[in-house]
Ligand binder design. Structure first.
Ligand code: N01
Length: 512
């Protein structure tokens, strides 16, 4: 966004809480952190030179490699002079008279700006649940989303890990290799696909680079922003042999392409059950202990309704002598003691506890900033019942405020780099449009916004996504309204809608 606006001759300043660039890849430094979108796709396309120059080394890049890449981008495009690190933004107030925002920074100073763009990320507000007794616990505690930069040595320790989402699935196998004992506290079992990560071959890199323009365009108009093959036929009427064959091929290929095996897996429960049954069968084949296997296959929601995880030796790890799985459904956590964790059935002495407990997703990082718009109205109040945006890009009553991959856009249901680039382009173009016409402000019309919110909800309601207590719905944060936040219509459709809004002179936006 900085690069896009700077190239259009705007004065731009970026404020960043961390002491380095990289966002999610800066904070999530836990062992095993790796992307679940293939590296050659999970990278910027805005510069042909950049995409030709950079050499990814693995099918799925590790956190250190992605962080190196983002630092390279910052240097290559000379972005650092306009990025102010170690500077959290605490508030933003809009003045109607001047049509300017006053942004309050952590050190008490303020800056004014015509436009404010929240590039705050969807999964950046780490969340530690409030367990009774936690403050008296004498061991060490870590959150995967706020991992110490110089690493953590768990060798020889008894380590507890709470949470088995994407972060837990990645960190558990590596901690188990180092720790004396690893106790995994699982509330809801996930569905984990083998990542089948491998080094990228010179031939594969060359083939993609030779065809990059076409492949990037294909991803932009796809369902989820990747090059995944999506078969256009339902499992409901497919012969059992074909179903088995597709799922076996998906399992062997690794990654989450398996969900593209049929076109009704996200909408038809019985079709989804065929995939769930297949995956449970694979877990049972891997995990030797029957009780552990049962706990890992007790999913009570459709595949994909909670985000599918990618793992490397995840299920295999539960065959290790030094790993134990605790089923929190059978024995919930009562409290922390000074020595460890106490469930309703036992006390587990632990020298360290890792919280892989996720984030206040999608709205958490936006609402952490105390934002007041027209007439002093508060965004926190406006979104108390769930986020209201037009296209996930802006909210009525908050002129000249934009969200990159905000709630109501495909965001977390897509290859987020594709979605980020689309928002950056759209916002950049809109701001240039305003400048050209000498317009001081823009904001969604309430009617257009409410129609969009209804459309986002209707789209989700037509799928199986509402059948899980997921973070997509805010269900992981006690008290958070249960509203399906990302837009499920697909990145290609969404891009088309945004382009139509632009072509129709920003239909649904009031400018003045
Ligand atoms: O967080 P999560 P995450 N007591 O919310 C459990 C992206 N990501 O950091 O399911 C006990 O998914 C919770 O249990 P339940 C990706 O989009 C990507 O793992 O609520 N347990 C769950 O098991 C991902 O989806 C990558 O019942 C509690 C876990 O903690 C998103 O980030 C890697 C609890 C939280 O899982 C978030 O992933 C990592 C409690 N009180 C992350 N509260 C890749 O690219 C929560 N839990 C591969």
């Amino acid at each position: 966004m900085l690069y896009r606006l700077r190239n259009a001759d705007f004065t731009v300043r970026v404020f960043e809480a961390g002491d380095g660039v990289g966002g999610t890849w800066y904070w999530n430094r836990y062992p095993g952190a790796r992307c679940d979108v293939e590296s050659m796709e999970y990278s910027y396309s805005f510069s042909e030179e950049l995409q030709q120059e950079w050499e990814w080394t693995e099918r799925y890049a590790t956190q250190p490699e992605i962080l190196r890449y983002l630092n390279h981008v910052a240097d290559r495009f000379d972005l650092r002079p306009d990025i102010q690190l170690q500077t959290p933004v605490v508030c933003a107030d809009y003045d109607e008279g001047s049509a300017l925002w006053t942004v309050g920074l952590g050190d008490g100073s303020t800056v004014t700006a015509r436009f404010v763009i929240m590039a705050t990320g969807c999964l950046s507000q780490a969340r530690v649940p409030s367990f009774p007794g936690l403050e008296a616990y004498r061991g060490r505690t870590y959150h995967t989303g706020d991992w110490p930069a110089d690493g953590v040595d768990v060798s020889g320790l008894r380590v507890g890990i709470i949470g088995t989402g994407s972060s837990g699935v990645q960190v558990i196998p590596l901690v188990a290799q180092e720790a004396a004992a690893t106790v995994v506290f699982q509330r809801t079992p996930n569905f984990t696909m083998p990542a089948r990560n491998a080094p990228l071959t010179v031939e594969k890199i060359a083939a993609i680079k030779a065809d990059y323009a076409k492949l990037r365009e294909q991803a932009r108009w796809s369902g989820n922003g990747t090059l995944r093959v999506n078969y256009d036929e339902p499992a409901a009427t497919a012969p059992p042999e074909l179903i088995q064959q597709r799922y076996e091929a998906g399992w062997a290929f690794g990654g989450n392409d398996i969900v593209g095996s049929f076109n009704d897996l996200t909408t038809e429960q019985m079709s989804n059950d065929t995939l769930a049954g297949f995956l449970r069968g694979k877990i049972r084949q891997i995990v030797r202990d029957s009780q552990t296997s049962q706990t890992l296959t007790a999913q009570d929601y459709p595949v994909g309704a909670k985000r599918m995880c990618l793992g490397t030796d995840y299920y295999e790890t539960f065959n290790r002598e030094n790993v134990r799985l605790v089923d929190l459904r059978g024995e919930p956590i009562k409290d922390f003691t000074p020595q460890g964790i106490r469930t309703s059935a036992a006390e587990y002495p632990l020298e360290a506890v890792i919280f892989a407990t996720g984030f206040d997703a999608m709205t958490g990082a936006i609402l952490r900033v105390d934002i007041h718009g027209r007439g002093g109205r508060s965004l926190r109040d406006d979104w108390a019942g769930g986020p209201h945006t037009y296209l996930g890009l802006a909210s009525a009553g908050f002129p000249n405020l934009f969200f990159i991959t905000g709630p109501g856009s495909p965001s977390v249901l897509s290859n987020v780099v594709v979605s980020i680039e689309q928002h950056v382009e759209w916002i950049g173009e809109h701001i240039e449009y305003l400048r050209k016409r000498d317009l001081a402000s823009t904001e969604p019309e309430v009617e257009a916004q409410e129609q969009w919110v209804a459309h986002v909800n209707d789209t989700a309601a037509r799928t199986l996504m509402m059948k899980a207590a997921s973070w997509y719905l805010g269900a992981n944060v006690p008290g958070k309204p249960r509203v399906f936040m990302p837009y499920l219509g697909g990145v290609g459709n969404y891009r088309r809608i945004c382009d139509e809004v632009t072509a129709a002179d920003y239909r649904g936006f009031a400018t003045g």
